[in-house]
Design a protein around this ligand. Structure first.
Ligand SMILES: [Fe+2]
Length: 498
């Protein structure tokens, strides 16, 4: 009976999903007070992190837009004589968003800055960021799905992030794989920025759009994500209504941030752009950040958007030699072994050697990619969707998988360190109240080969030609999804239940 109920629930999830339409669903350097007028200050990753930084903030009233900045070691207690860059201000919903992209910065340099108005001389407190020194060593913190709907839960998630910053005080940036907020109201975003101000005031941020961050399926939320951060690293042709995609080089890695709200199915425009980005890069490491995960163990595993996305992106990631895929959306923890062609890569050689004082086992020059769903830093957790797990993909690929409900209801953050050809990943569970942490997973890859660009032709990303191609893409992806459900997934669900 339990299995029959599970199947019925699965089918409800599948077919109840919007009627298939569109409604899927450092060391802490300094803190600053959120003023009534200037708030939500952040620096987002720019297209060239060695020389650029994308600053954004909100004001509650119309105001001038300026950033004053100075090299930290030259700071003498005043911004007298500091460089001033001016930018754009746009009214959005209840707030005014200000954006300034700083350029011609010096690589590997810490800057102090303040944002505000050089007309009224009203300024934020002093914040900082550091540019990439472009050597082959860097490290970052990753969290996902804070997705709180009240101040208390933002506070709990921020405690997870505080432990992350204490664990990796020299992180170069922090990434969030989407769903910052639950209902995408300005009140929620204000809570988010308030509670995470300790991180945004000193760390460059890599933002990926989640479906709760302003999906076009909810017209009221149209354009929200693009007005919360400076996302001008995105290419000119990127349609910003429901999220943003962009890419950057950091050290010896090329990192692509996808907009997986661009679904049902992902547009030819974005997939062509992805191919161009990865094919033209000779970086040793190729990494993808995105919100929706197509290897997952949560409730979204069997939804149409996940099925379409796996079908579309999996062969593409193989073709583009992606090493690491980090995502969110499903609020459970899962890490795969190396995967290629939707199958476990079995002939992997391992070596154990010291990495920063810790004996670490590396997969050496492995084929395929490792997919990570690093749980959630927030308090909304899901159970493992075990009744459909084996019906969607081969569970042999799974290296680690658990619900945070089964580890004492704790938030999770991850760290990634890259030193030349070595990549070391760690995941920690954190008590929401005390901040006490426990290492719950680790994985490492060692590459002895250099990266190289492909000689593949550059694909079009203009709206006209990709728009025509998108019609065929749309028809094919939907037909394939229905075929998969009718002839693969549902029969497996029934057989498993019998
Ligand atoms: Fe999500």
């Amino acid at each position: 009976m339990k299995k029959i109920i599970a199947i019925v629930l699965s089918l409800c999830v599948i077919f109840g999903c919007a009627g298939f339409a569109m409604a899927a669903d450092g060391e802490i350097i300094r803190d600053y007070e959120v003023s009534d007028k200037i708030k939500n200050v952040s620096v987002a990753m720019a297209a060239d992190p060695t020389t650029q930084a994308g600053v954004s903030w909100h004001t509650t009233e119309d105001a001038a837009t300026a950033v004053q900045f100075v090299i930290a070691e030259d700071y003498n207690g005043t911004f007298e004589g500091a460089k001033t860059f001016r930018g754009s201000c746009e009214k959005f919903q209840e707030i005014y968003q200000h954006k300034v992209t700083l350029t011609a910065l010096e690589p590997g340099t810490e800057y102090l800055y303040r944002v505000g108005s050089d007309v009224t001389n009203e300024w934020s407190d002093i914040c900082s960021f550091t540019t990439d020194d472009s050597d082959n060593n860097f490290k970052f913190i990753a969290i996902t799905d804070v997705q709180a709907g009240n101040e208390e839960n933002f506070t709990k998630a921020s405690n997870v992030m505080k432990t992350a910053v204490e664990t990796m005080p020299d992180a170069d940036f922090f990434a969030h794989f989407g769903d910052y907020v639950n209902d995408c109201t300005q009140e929620e975003w204000d809570w988010y920025f308030d509670k995470f101000s300790f991180a945004h005031s000193s760390l460059t941020h890599v933002a990926a759009a989640g479906n709760h961050d302003g999906n076009i399926t909810n017209k009221i939320n149209h354009g929200w994500f693009d007005h919360m951060f400076n996302l001008d690293a995105a290419p000119d042709e990127c349609i910003r209504a429901e999220g943003v995609y962009y890419a950057f080089d950091y050290g010896n890695a090329h990192i692509v941030v996808l907009n997986t709200n661009d679904m049902y199915p992902m547009t030819v425009q974005q997939t062509n752009w992805l191919k161009n980005e990865m094919n033209s890069s000779d970086a040793q490491w190729k990494i993808v950040f995105m919100h929706r995960a197509f290897y997952s163990a949560g409730k979204n595993l069997i939804k149409p958007d996940t099925i379409i996305m796996r079908e579309q992106l999996l062969p593409l990631f193989d073709e583009l030699d992606i090493d690491l895929v980090m995502a969110g959306h499903d609020h459970v923890y899962m890490r795969t072994n190396q995967v290629k062609g939707d199958k476990l890569v079995e002939d992997v050689t391992y070596v154990t050697e010291e990495f920063n004082g810790v004996q670490t086992t590396f997969a050496v020059d492995p084929d395929g990619a490792c997919h990570i769903l690093p749980g959630t830093a927030g308090t909304k957790t899901y159970s493992i969707n075990d009744y459909v797990f084996d019906c969607v993909f081969d569970s042999n690929i799974v290296a680690e998988c658990f619900s945070q409900r089964d580890i004492g209801d704790r938030g999770i953050f991850s760290t990634v360190e890259i030193e030349g050809g070595k990549l070391v990943y760690n995941a920690y569970a954190v008590d929401y109240e005390t901040g006490e942490k426990e290492l719950v997973d680790t994985y490492a890859i060692k590459k002895t080969t250099e990266g190289k660009a492909s000689d593949a032709a550059t694909l079009p990303t203009d709206a006209l030609s990709t728009g025509i191609a998108q019609i065929g893409n749309f028809i094919y992806r939907f037909a394939k999804m229905f075929f998969d459900y009718l002839f693969v997934i549902i029969p497996k669900l029934i057989i498993n239940a019998i």
